[in-house]
Every structure is written in structure tokens, then in C-alpha cells.
Ligand binder design. Sequence first.
Ligand code: SF4
Ligand code: SF4
Length: 160
Amino acid sequence: MRYLAMYIGTILRAINSLRKGMKLTGYYFSHHKEIVTQQYPENRKEMFIGDRFRGEVVLTHDENNEHKCTGCSACEIACPNGTIRIISKFEIDPETQKKKKAIDEFVYHLGMCTFCNLCILSCPTDAIVMSKDFEHSTYDRKPLTKILNKPGSKLMKGVE
Ligand code: SF4
Ligand code: SF4
């Protein structure tokens, strides 16, 4: 008798749970504007991504293909897992004719990045930022290793 009561109680609880679920589903059927779930990827153009979302480290360039990276390596040192490698070179400053350190390649291994933001915080010239781009899935790891300085780019004037 005790087991029969437990059995019936379980069935009643299941029916009640189903009723609650169906009630909520019915509510959202009639209140479309309150639905918070986004239909990805159909909503790519109008999708909301929070300001603090961290998708990828990028080196910003202006319209003259100039960046603010001096090659100081502070970001490389700050990175806890070797995601960044700064390869620098020396160039002759056309104005002073003195040797000046410059970035040759800014290597970024996106597949290793934990998006901790430490590199961004360590940069003295605000040369790097976090982009909101998150569509990084690939069948090949090679594209995940990126050279962040664009071909032919150079250091912005006035940035030391
Ligand atoms: S976000 Fe963190 S893990 Fe990624 S490159 Fe910067 S310091 Fe390294
Ligand atoms: S991105 Fe910033 S911290 Fe990293 S090497 Fe360039 S200037 Fe230095």
C-alpha cells in the first residue's frame, strides 16, 4: 500500500511539473517581446553582445595603417601562458638617424588565449584591445595563430 501511494505521488508530481512547464511555454507564445533567447546565427546582424565580452585580442590600426605597438614586450611578459610572442627589430629613425626598436611580428595564438585581459591591461600605449568577434571555430589549428600587425604597417607618429 505504501509503495502504491509513493507511485501515485510521483505521477502527480510529474503531471504538476509538466503543467508548470506548459504554462510557461504558453505564456511566451502570447508574449513574444519578453523572449530573451536569441536565434543564432539568424540574428547575426542585430544580436546583442555585452560590452565586457572578450572574443579576441587585436592590434588596432588606423586608416593610415599605423598602430601603437612599440614592441616593448610588456604584453608578452604579462601573458600567463605564452599566447603572445613579440618579435622585434631595429629600424633607423628617419628624423634622428638613430636605431629604434620596432615590432617585426606580433604573434598571437588564439587557440591558447584564455581571454584573461592581462595583456591589454599591461600595454602602456593601449595598442591592443579585445574584439567581440567570437566565431573562431575551425577544423585546422593553423588559422588560430595570427600575426596581428598588418603587412606594411608602422608605428604611429608620437607614440614612444
Ligand atoms: S588575454 Fe590573457 S591569455 Fe590571452 S593573450 Fe592576453 S594575457 Fe594572454
Ligand atoms: S602591444 Fe603594447 S605591451 Fe605589447 S609589445 Fe606592443 S606596446 Fe608593448
